[in-house]
Design a protein. Structure first.
Length: 251
């Protein structure tokens, strides 16, 4: 089954930040253990853009900073192509939830115009039968929290999947990480500002059950340091530095 066809994820996620040259050596090390994600090009490359929703006082941001063991956030995720997106372009409306150390994702697949209708207009949309629970949860979140679009992130991703010996394993490398607080339209091709140093790479290791021993050994060999980072939170903090966001404390 393609990653694009999966609607529910339950897995562990570990994040690391390193310089590009360092990340390149890590990728070379992993070459014998992983295969490029078939969704991307032959090297596993593709581009992601995500529109994040939050409350006026940035409740989801503060829940992350305060380290709540159970928290959720909502986003519309677009897998970019060379074509300019249109309201008919297929996207995923996704709830990302953390329960202690486990990441859970639930999402529905709809045209962008229906994603806007669901998240912005807060109205029901046509969806597949198997997506009913996720659809209703998304709709409830938009009403219960009074959510609004807050920021768009975009980045280049090089993704690898485990072989038959490591089912469920996924390792990604994100580069050219950018954001924008204005022009919150996923059909726009505007790049926005860098959210971190352009030479930095975010590596994520994702596994359904446990991290394979060879991954643990590789991390130790390359002296990679675990780093807690949220792309969404980092973008808001960068925007505040430039004076176009004021992150209010929650009531």
């Amino acid at each position: 089954m393609s990653l694009k066809d999966i609607r529910v994820f339950n897995r562990y996620e570990l994040k690391y930040i390193m310089r590009y040259a360092h990340a390149k050596r890590v990728m070379e090390h992993m070459g014998d253990y992983l295969v490029p994600d078939a969704y991307g090009d032959k090297y596993g490359n593709y581009i992601l853009s995500s529109l994040y929703y939050d409350t006026d006082d940035f409740l989801f941001y503060w829940q992350k900073l305060e380290g709540l063991k159970h928290r959720r956030k909502l986003r519309i995720r677009l897998y970019e192509t060379k074509e300019v997106p249109t309201p008919e372009t297929i996207v995923y409306v996704e709830i990302k939830e953390r329960v202690d150390k486990i990441i859970r994702k639930r999402r529905i697949k709809v045209p962008l115009k229906d994603a806007w209708k669901l998240c912005d207009d807060r109205e029901e949309v046509v969806h597949e039968k198997r997506d009913r629970a996720a659809h209703d949860e998304i709709l409830h979140m938009t009403h219960a929290y009074d959510l609004y679009p807050q920021v768009i992130t975009s980045y280049h991703r090089k993704a690898f999947n485990g072989t038959e010996y490591d089912p469920g394993l996924r390792v990604t490398f994100d580069t050219n990480l950018r954001y924008r607080r204005a022009d919150l339209d996923l059909t726009s091709k505007k790049l926005g500002r860098f959210m971190i140093d352009p030479d930095l790479v975010i590596m994520e290791i994702k596994a359904n059950n446990s991290i394979p021993i060879w991954i643990t050994q590789m991390v130790a060999h390359h002296d990679i340091q675990l780093k807690r980072i949220s792309k969404y939170c980092t973008c808001l903090e960068r925007a505040e530095e430039y004076g176009n966001t004021h992150i209010h404390l929650p009531n």
